[in-house]
Design a protein around this ligand. Structure first.
Ligand code: GDP
Length: 366
């Protein structure tokens, strides 16, 4: 599955957020109990109101949401790239995630030490990013000479990788993260870049942790981060970890009441999970029947056979076609039969690119 790493300086609220996230998931996905894979890794249900609507129409016995993995990556301090604190372990953990949720402290609390001495989320973001850039710089500088030698000796693979490595290195030397080159990357270059397994080429989502009273509105500090996120094309979410921790312990009714009191429309965690999903360019398709209504995760752009492969490799190998109904049609026409009668059910073949919300039924050879 896809993994989103939670990073940030000490005392910004990472653990509080992670614990809330994993506790809420348990409540949300009764059929998919939250499971701790490792101490700091948790799978959370991706909230999707469409599932309930589909299950209502199909009279499905079960609702099974799709899942996203979060990893609480502790141990970043200034100097991590040089092995300070838990430096090396920290960097190794980041290497294994697909995207980074970067928690920034935007709450003032005199009782809780700020490692850098004052509240300044932009400076904190720079501190963390600098460590990641130094680590990438070091890694590329070590690998490039040998690669260039190979390229000069007519090694085709090395010759393809070298210019991309050089471009990445140039960005880092100018104090920019490697993700700055993603926008002009061809799909082939993108594969090469991903293969370099750098830290600063991963997509980033800034999570502003604000005080309870700012949860619904954000504050001046989170607005500064919003501007930064917009300029960089990064994701952005405002959340109060303390509130989320409280919400995670409430029953559904208590939760609705509590949120109305504080002016929140939905738990911040739901927004965070969805933002992580978007950041990874993930979309959802559904399988719906009397037994269950279930959501499945695929990358945007995935064709029908590979989408079927998420359910079972046999589905992909023996793929014949995908019986397809768009979500809106399924709901508007009262389900499969209605959609069929209205001509809104389609048989799609191997080249069909699955869309978000598609209700699919795969035909395959065994
Ligand atoms: P981590 O080191 O980033 O994992 O931070 P923690 O989650 O352990 O939080 C550090 C301290 O800040 C704890 O005492 C938390 O209770 C407190 N804290 C976390 N989030 C908030 C918040 O939104 N408001 C306030 N006032 N305190 C918070």
């Amino acid at each position: 599955g896809f993994r989103c790493g939670i990073v940030g300086l000490p005392n910004v609220g990472k653990s509080t957020l992670f614990n809330a996230l994993t506790r809420t998931a348990a409540a949300q996905a009764a059929n998919y109990p939250f499971c701790t894979i490792e101490p700091n890794t948790g799978e959370v249900a991706v909230p999707d109101p469409r599932l309930k609507e589909l299950a209502k129409i199909a009279k499905s016995g079960n609702i099974i949401p799709t899942r996203l993995t979060f990893v609480d990556i502790a141990g970043l301090v200034r100097g991590a790239s040089k092995g300070e604190g838990l430096g090396n372990q920290f960097l190794a953990n980041i290497r294994e995630v697909d995207a980074i949720a970067h928690v920034l402290r935007c709450f003032v609390d005199e009782d809780i030490t700020h490692v850098e001495g004052k509240i300044d989320p932009i400076a904190d973001a720079d501190t963390v990013e600098t460590e990641l850039m130094l680590s990438d710089l070091d890694s590329l500088e070590r690998r490039l000479p040998a690669l260039k030698k190979k390229a000069a000796a007519k090694d085709k693979e090395a010759a393809a990788i070298a210019p991309i490595m050089e471009k990445a290195l140039e960005l880092l030397q100018n104090g920019k993260p490697v993700r700055a080159m993603l926008a002009d990357c061809s799909p082939d270059d993108r594969v090469i870049l991903d293969g370099l397994n750098l830290l600063t080429s991963k997509p980033v989502l800034y999570v502003c942790n604000v005080a309870e009273e700012d949860a619904a509105t954000g504050n001046a500090e989170s607005e500064r981060v919003r501007a930064k996120a917009e300029a960089e094309g990064a994701g952005f979410v405002v959340i109060s970890a303390a509130i989320e921790a409280e919400i995670a312990q409430l029953s559904d009714e208590e939760e609705a009441e509590f949120m109305e009191t504080i002016g929140l429309e939905e738990p911040g965690l739901d927004r965070l999970i969805r933002a992580g999903y978007d950041l990874l360019h993930l979309i959802t398709y559904f399988t719906v029947g009397p037994k269950e209504a279930r959501a499945w995760t695929i990358l945007k752009g995935t064709k029908a056979p590979a989408a079927a492969g998420v359910i079972h490799t046999d589905f992909e190998r023996g793929f014949i076609r995908a019986f397809t109904i768009g979500y809106e049609d399924y709901i508007a026409l009262g389900g499969e039969v209605g959609a069929k009668e209205a001509g809104k059910a389609r048989d799609e073949g191997k080249e069909y690119v699955v869309r978000d919300g598609d209700v699919l039924h795969f035909r395959f050879n065994t």
